[in-house]
Design a protein around this ligand. Structure first.
Ligand SMILES: Cc1ncc(COP(=O)(O)O)c(C=O)c1O
Length: 496
């Protein structure tokens, strides 16, 4: 190539003076692009840095830095006194010539397992934007003592120790010890710290359990309607998800036994069924435990929000009744603290614990240590208990507000389900509205109405049918927003 042509290419390299990216990085990227698209071909000699910087009106150091980076990455070869050349090792051309490049399509199809994972959750709806009536799954965040948390974390950051290296995959030991005491006192959970594995939210626990405990093709009972965050991991693991109906006593164990006795696992929310809000009766709990012990099936107890029980004492966990070592108890800090913290835990039967610790190490080595440390301090210094008590009072107030509002303004339209626990309640339509139409109308009016159908398994038969209705979150919703939500909901249901 004649030198004049090369000089033209160099003079045309796109550099933006005053941009945030340093000039040498821009020059490096521009030369690299020219090499990859073939404008600068293998073996071509680049001008001496002195000429190069004159052509582009940049400093010599800028050119030297760009050359050095390109040489380190193998795009340029050179030796002192011999000149600088485009490497002969770069295949030509690597990319389409200049112009707008389309992003390449998927190189090859996902693996069958990958396809199973990415389609497992069916359009998961993440809540976006500012909080609105009646968002579900959200605790009251403005109550959280962020100043205290900030102080506790800062204290840890100021004194880094050996724990800041790789640490125990099971989680920070003092935190597991504190959780042990807490779970025993509040939920009757019987365990040692060695049975606890700290996870990134309960979602990771559910994924790990599905993957470790089930083989592709194994059947698993799933509450229907039920929590998609649990059926997703089961599907991702290749399990056959068998929908088992839920009634006023919780999971219909007899139905599961009659129709899918060979299941290897059952997922349940016995303290507060998601989404119907019922708690599992003692006879059902005992029947479930008896089936599991007899069939050597695992029971995954998801106890996600039972700290917030507004009437009577908290119910004892299923785990506390387990004598066969079949219950894995899963908990989360997402409801008592906040979801973005991504802290959860599982309590495994002793014989399973070590396998889960090993699995956790394979998955992500361990959960980030500083939030675990801050949580341990938060619990040990009494902030945790105080926060739960305070938030429980606030939640109860907002629940009462919602119940009063529904009774006052929508009694002819909605029939409320159980509301003695949790952060949301379900309300059934009295006049046979279409859930999806109501939910869309809600969005158009700036409120979030979660259809109960969202929790239904499309493959479930009529035995699992639930009346149409909505799940309404209350804990995070300030009174004025709740009043606005009730007004809009009334208008939608009355067609105004
Ligand atoms: C039944 C159930 N389990 C667990 C969770 C919490 O999940 P995570 O701990 O991953 O935030 C939720 C959140 O809404 C839930 O509804």
């Amino acid at each position: 190539m004649p030198a004049s042509h090369l000089n033209q290419i160099i003079a045309a390299l796109p550099l933006q003076r005053g941009a945030r990216e340093p000039l040498f990085r821009q020059l490096y990227a521009a030369i690299k692009a020219a090499i990859l698209d073939g404008s600068m071909s293998p073996g071509m000699q680049l001008p001496p840095t002195r000429d190069f910087c004159r052509l582009l009106a940049v400093s010599r150091q800028t050119v030297l830095n760009a050359y050095a980076q390109l040489a380190a990455e193998g795009y340029l070869d050179g030796a002192v006194g011999r000149g600088t050349f485009v490497s002969r090792e770069v295949p030509q051309p690597m990319a389409a010539p200049a112009g707008k490049m389309d992003a390449p399509g998927l190189l090859r199809p996902l693996s069958a397992r990958g396809q199973g994972v990415v389609t497992a959750m069916r359009q998961v709806a993440f809540h976006r934007g500012p909080l609105r009536a009646f968002r579900v799954g959200m605790p009251r965040i403005d109550h959280f003592p962020f100043d205290v948390w900030n102080r506790l974390e800062a204290r840890r950051w100021r004194r880094p120790d050996h724990q800041f290296g790789y640490s125990d995959p099971a989680g920070y030991l003092p935190l597991r010890e504190l959780l042990c005491v807490y779970l025993k006192a509040s939920r009757g959970v019987q365990c040692t710290p060695q049975q606890i594995v700290i996870t990134s939210g309960s979602q990771q626990a559910l994924f790990m359990l599905s993957t470790i405990l089930l083989a592709p093709g194994d059947s698993a009972w799933m509450e229907s309607p039920g929590y998609r965050g649990a059926s997703g991991p089961l599907r991702a693991a290749g399990a056959r998800v068998f929908p088992v109906p839920v009634d006023a006593q919780g999971l219909d164990v007899a139905y599961g036994v009659a129709h899918c006795p060979q299941a290897k696992l059952a997922y349940v929310t016995p303290s507060h069924q998601m989404p119907l809000g019922v708690s599992m009766s003692l006879p059902r709990r005992l029947a479930l435990l008896a089936w599991a012990a007899h069939k050597q099936a695992w029971l995954v107890e998801d106890d996600y929000d039972s700290e917030y029980r507004y009437a009577g004492a908290p119910l004892a966990s299923l785990q506390s009744l387990d004598r066969a070592g079949c219950v894995v108890y899963v908990g989360t800090l997402s409801k008592v603290l906040f979801p973005g913290l991504r802290l959860g835990y599982m309590v495994a039967p002793p014989a399973l614990a070590e396998a889960l610790v090993q699995a956790k190490a394979v998955m992500d080595r361990h959960t980030a240590i500083v939030p675990q440390m801050a949580l341990a301090d938060f619990i040990a210094e009494g902030h945790f208990g105080r926060h739960i008590r305070r938030t429980r009072d606030s939640n109860a107030e907002r629940r009462d507000l919602l119940l009063r509002g529904l009774a006052r303004e929508l009694d002819d339209q909605l029939l409320c389900g159980p509301a003695d626990c949790g952060l949301e309640l379900c309300a059934y339509f009295r006049a046979g509205h279409d859930e999806e139409i109501v939910a869309r109308a809600g969005l158009a009016r700036g409120i979030e109405l979660r259809p109960l159908g969202h929790y239904a398994d499309p493959a479930a038969g009529p035995a699992c049918a639930t009346p149409p209705g909505l799940l309404l979150g209350f804990a995070a919703i300030p009174p004025a927003e709740m009043a606005h939500g009730l007004l809009q909901l009334g208008r939608i249901l009355r067609g105004r």
